[in-house]
Design a protein around this ligand. Structure first.
Ligand SMILES: Nc1ncnc2c1ncn2[C@@H]1O[C@H](COP(=O)(O)OP(=O)(O)OP(=O)(O)O)[C@@H](O)[C@H]1O
Length: 454
């Protein structure tokens, strides 16, 4: 009899142990299906049932008057706040915002909440950290798809700890460089956002992102131009795919002059063809788009002594002109730097205003984060300053939809970028070809009419 009981207990123990091990293995090897089948339903029930307490704790409830009926007056603390003295009376109750059923997402869940009177989405954004701790999730992001509604998106664990391989780019001037924390691809599309600032402290992943761009753009019919103010150590290995490379400020002045002249040339061409930008030109006439990669932007602005003042002023003006007018004429900027502070001069501030694409990796000084992301949500700044050193490549990105996201670039080694540069070297147009003026001045009115008709 006792042996029987012992055997049964042993059996039950083995069954439980196998079940636990099975669940562990399922979660470990196929987290997505585990999450959808086992994790999500439990979580949805728990979020709905605890919403009142959580909303109250995070200060998201409002007092409303309700009729209250009780059989035992005085004995019931009906709302936790008010004692009911009569059987039937009107009392103030903490009302929670209406919450829909949470829906599963790739890395967690999202739920729509109806705002209570007087609430704005920012109230929820401010409570995001409290909500994340209350729900024991990695992070809660708040967005407002329409007035009166907020969507709370919770991620169970940081999806950026590991990101997978880089897929090949399919569209001209568009490169998938990494993944957003929402699980969507992180795309840099120069035709939508023409100029980008890429800031970050040393070893934060700026060059890795530039490598991802080189790998993505190398097979495309575009010209790549490099300004490598680290004396050429970063971009020289990619020279086979670069149409021009400047490695010092003196060389940069010359190359920027060429770019401004190229822009004027393209302006003339567009004017002749009554086009507003190169994309309105017929394909046979359309000049090749130029992507300008600048590494160590601050070096263009740093002044050791007064003799450099004129050179800096020239560089700064030329770069600003490229940023102001380049978009229409197919010249795009991607500027990387450790520090992009206003102390570098008004040129940097003006350039920043022209760069609507913002990427802020881990930074050392708050000013660079403010300069890079300043006009976004202040929560983006907090998030940028919280990027840990252990996750290089993680950045705060101002997306094409006007929102900000945490994102991580795919790991692209220098070796992979060098390999891509060599492999597609034959697609590199020479700088002489690009700047020779064949794209404007030498085309006659008759040629132009013929080409446009064709
Ligand atoms: N997305 C990523 N995933 C994994 N490792 C990364 C990623 N991005 C960068 N790294 C690693 O982090 C290190 C620093 O990256 P990177 O050279 O791009 O930084 P950086 O900001 O350009 O630094 P510096 O300014 O000193 O040149 C490298 O060893 C790189 O391999």
């Amino acid at each position: 009899m006792r042996n029987d009981l012992l055997l049964r207990l042993l059996d039950a123990f083995v069954v439980v142990a196998v079940a636990v091990a099975g669940l562990w293995a399922w979660r470990r090897w196929h987290y997505r299906s585990f999450w959808l089948v086992a994790g999500y339903p439990l979580m949805a029930v728990s979020v709905r049932t605890t919403w009142r307490k959580v909303a109250l704790g995070c200060g998201l409830t409002k007092k409303r008057h309700r009729w209250w009926f009780t059989l035992v007056p005085n004995a019931v603390a009906s709302t936790g706040m008010v004692k009911v003295r009569r059987r039937f009376q009107r009392i103030a109750v903490d009302t929670k915002p209406w919450m829909w059923l949470p829906r599963p997402t790739r890395y967690g869940w999202r739920v729509t909440v109806h705002l209570l009177e007087g609430q704005i989405p920012d109230d929820y954004a401010q409570a995001a950290e409290q909500l994340a701790h209350s729900w024991r999730v990695h992070a809660v992001r708040v967005s407002s798809p329409r007035p009166g509604r907020v969507v709370l998106a919770a991620t169970m664990r940081d999806p950026l700890v590991r990101v997978d391989e880089i897929p090949p780019s399919s569209e001209l001037l568009k490169v998938t460089v990494g993944r957003l924390e929402t699980g969507k691809p992180w795309e840099i599309d120069f035709r939508t956002v023409p100029h980008w600032l890429n800031a970050g402290a040393t070893q934060s992943g700026k060059s890795n992102l530039a490598n991802a761009l080189i790998v993505g753009l190398a097979p495309q019919p575009v010209a790549l131009v490099g300004f490598d103010l680290k004396g050429g150590v970063e971009f020289t290995p990619y020279a086979p795919r670069l149409s021009a490379l400047a490695t010092s400020r003196a060389e940069s002045v010359g190359l920027l002059d060429d770019l401004v002249a190229l822009m004027a040339d393209r302006m003339g061409l567009c004017r002749q063809a009554s086009a507003r930008n190169i994309w309105q030109l017929p394909p046979a006439l359309r000049p090749v788009p130029v992507v300008v990669l600048v590494d160590e932007l601050a070096e263009l602005y740093l002044m050791a002594d007064k003799s450099e003042k004129d050179e800096i002023a020239k560089t700064s003006t030329a770069l600003l002109r490229v940023a102001q007018l380049g978009r229409a004429f197919g010249i795009y900027l991607f500027c990387c730097g450790q520090r992009i502070g206003s102390d570098l001069g008004p040129g940097v501030t003006a350039l920043r205003a022209q760069c609507s694409g913002r990427i802020c990796h881990r930074v050392n000084d708050p000013e660079t984060a403010t300069m890079t992301l300043g006009d976004l949500d202040p929560a983006a700044l907090v998030s940028a300053r919280a990027i840990p050193a252990e996750t290089p490549g993680v950045a705060i990105v101002a997306g094409q939809d006007g929102q900000w996201y945490r994102a991580r670039s795919f790991y692209v080694s220098e070796h992979a970028a060098e390999h891509a540069a060599r492999m597609y070297a034959d697609l590199t147009p020479s700088w002489e070809e690009i700047t020779s003026g064949t794209q404007g001045s030498e085309i006659t009115e008759a040629d132009l009419t013929e080409l446009i008709d064709a």
